[in-house]
Design a protein. Structure first.
Lengths: 512, 121
């Protein structure tokens, strides 16, 4: 495989891409007429069905990192890439068992609603907004940088143009269509992505009599038995465990995922939607096994790395090999749609943190007019969109995977422990919640700065102060300990626990 | 009033629990129900954690074992990775089925009792 159409403008890709933009803008126009109140803007009027929300959750979660990144990792490293495939799924059962239902019953728009419910609003909201914005902005940068590189490779557009297009489309979805448009963009994208990955996987397996073991065997024959076993990527055992912790518990702290549980009518719908999402995402990650090894066998690790050092073009190259330029065009457009949908979801959750948590509840004691809040949320959307565009251009060329894992580490250490403690532990106090969230977020940022990834790989120092690439192994337990210890040392909040319990299990209606 | 008695009766039959007549009794029943839900949820979470970190610890510390061939082309490592995904599905399926039938029915009867008390007041 010496020639590839990647990097040249591809008419099929452009046609599919324009079609996607037109469909999603039509959805946005339709949604805009139904987005009149804050409940519509943040939570789609709580009208999304469990099945729809299952697709939307899957759409929010299956980012470019999981489609292009994992396929790339598997195709260039073999088994090691599968650690991400499994790790990114196992967070979902945890979300279902521990978080989804109480979150839906106790909160309104953001996860900070739940943490702040029994505590002092202002400090908790500010701390939660810091954790949310740190997670959202890092995740946004990663997606923007990925989008810029991807579009440059696929459509031949300049990096900056690509970032501005993504930013403008994302602002349009969120600004006019709010959560309703964002949800349907996710659903369309999830269906496209699953269909594209499925067709690609079937085309790969068709060449091996639909026997995955024959595919893996072919990879082992060509590139050595080592590709089927853990390898270099996981050379430090503690690093492997730490990454696993960040992936598993990070999902339960991602603001844009948690926000989706407010779009369904009740806790039962929230629960059922996670079941659908887990099924769809698990199916998708099983497909990545096939796509990755398929790209390894048919395209080859060297050819993949020649196009993009990070291996991100493995799936598109595989599509080109199996289905020619038209299929490459389709997969390229799907990958672009994937990024566009994820950044829209992220922007909306960031805007909710700024308007609902900071502006309304921290600055105006929760006493703001709904219309005014809606206006603030829209201003916040534009501000976040512009920040994302500027940072996307500033961080050009950065390693995308490391920024995503950083976002997961912050979500797992800054947001998840406080959320879980506020649900489970009646002795949790304002001081405990604030210190746990701030400690988790700041300690994660600090340890990442002191890690080999920054100190050795980027700053070119000889050694790093902190040995692990991912700090979750240390920061998750410490955030719990800080939250519990500070709570025990501070004054107990006066709380009507039976009422809180009733609301957590029965929802808001029966509590009044 | 008659209607309330009938629904009460139905709920009693469905859940097998005696219905609470006071708020305090209702809170006690909710507490017991909530404790049952948390027990199941925490057990399933623990299973998930043990399963996934078992897999991760094997990757970190026992690579030769994962390199064992189950059939030609399929190593134990790849098989276990796929199994982690499949078992995650099964656990969520098990939980959602339990919650959608038993837990929700019990919640509904508590809710109905709540509404009945409201009507009687």
């Amino acid at each position: 495989m010496n020639t590839t159409a990647i990097g040249q403008p591809n008419s099929v890709a452009i046609a599919f891409f324009i079609l996607f933009i037109l469909i999603t803008l039509a959805i946005t126009y339709w949604a805009a007429r139904r987005t009149r109140t804050t409940e519509h803007f943040y939570a789609a009027g709580r009208t999304i069905s469990p099945g729809q929300n299952g697709f939307a959750l899957a759409g929010d979660y299956m980012s470019a990192a999981s489609f292009l990144g994992i396929a790339g990792l598997v195709s260039t490293t073999g088994f090691d890439g599968l650690i991400y495939s499994t790790g990114w799924l196992v967070g979902w059962p945890v979300v279902l068992f521990l978080i989804a239902e109480p979150l839906r019953n106790l909160g309104k728009y953001t996860f900070a609603d739940v943490v702040a419910l029994r505590l002092k609003q202002t400090p908790v909201r500010i701390a939660a907004a810091i954790g949310t914005l740190a997670t959202v902005i890092l995740y946004l940068i990663a997606q923007m940088v990925g989008a810029g590189g991807l579009i440059k490779l696929m459509f031949g557009l300049s990096y900056e143009t690509a970032i501005v297009i993504v930013g403008a489309a994302m602002i349009a979805y969120v600004l006019f269509g709010g959560m309703l448009a964002t949800t349907w963009v996710q659903i369309v994208k999830a269906a496209l992505l699953l269909a594209g990955a499925f067709v690609l996987a079937v085309m790969v397996l068709a060449r091996f009599h639909f026997n995955p073991a024959a595919l893996f065997g072919a990879a082992a024959t060509k590139y050595g038995a080592g590709v089927l076993n853990p390898g270099k990527l996981v050379s430090n055992p503690l690093d492997t465990i730490s990454l696993g912790m960040a992936l598993m518990f990070g999902t339960a702290g991602l603001p844009h995922i948690l926000m989706r549980f407010y779009t369904v009518p009740d806790a039962r719908a929230a629960r059922t939607s996670v079941f659908y999402a887990t099924g769809l995402i698990g199916f998708f990650y099983l497909l990545t096994f096939v796509l990755g090894f398929g790209a390894m066998v048919f395209v080859g690790p060297d050819a993949i790395k020649l196009v993009d050092k990070g291996g991100n073009m493995a799936a598109p190259l595989l599509a080109e090999f199996l289905g020619g330029t038209p299929f490459l065009g389709f997969i390229a457009a799907v990958a672009f749609a994937t990024i566009l949908a994820v950044v829209a979801g992220l922007t909306l959750s960031g805007a909710a943190a700024l308007s609902h948590d900071l502006w309304v509840n921290a600055m105006h004691r929760g006493e703001a007019d709904s219309r005014e809040e809606l206006r603030v949320a829209r201003v916040a959307t534009v501000i976040l969109g512009i920040i994302a565009i500027v940072l996307g251009i500033t961080f050009k060329g950065q390693n995308v995977a490391y920024m995503v894992s950083l976002a997961f580490a912050i979500a797992a250490s800054g947001n998840f422990p406080a959320l879980l403690l506020s649900i489970f532990w009646r002795r949790f106090t304002t001081a405990g919640a604030v210190s746990s969230m701030l400690f988790g977020t700041l300690a994660t940022l600090l340890l990442i700065y002191l890690s080999p990834t920054i100190q050795v790989d980027i700053l070119k120092h000889q050694t790093a102060w902190f040995p692990l690439k991912n700090p979750a192994l240390l920061t998750i337990p410490l955030s719990f300990i800080v939250g519990i210890a500070v709570s025990l040392m501070s004054e107990r909040a006066s709380v009507d626990d039976p009422a809180h319990q009733r609301r957590m299990h029965l929802g808001e209606i029966s509590a009044d | 009033m008659n209607a309330a008695v009938t629904t009460n009766h139905e709920h009693t039959k469905r859940t097998g629990d005696t219905l609470p007549t006071t708020r305090a009794a209702a809170d006690e029943q909710l507490k017991a129900l909530a404790a049952r839900r948390w027990r199941i949820a925490l057990t399933l979470t623990a299973v998930m954690i043990v399963l996934y970190f078992g897999f991760i610890v094997l990757i970190a510390y026992d690579r030769p074992l994962l390199a064992t061939l189950v059939t030609p082309g399929l190593t134990l490592g790849i098989l276990l990775g796929a199994l982690v995904i499949v078992v995650s599905w099964l656990l969520t399926f098990f939980y959602v089925r339990w919650a959608n039938t038993h837990y929700d029915a019990a919640l509904r009867s508590l809710n109905a009792a709540d509404a009945d008390r409201g009507a009687m007041r």
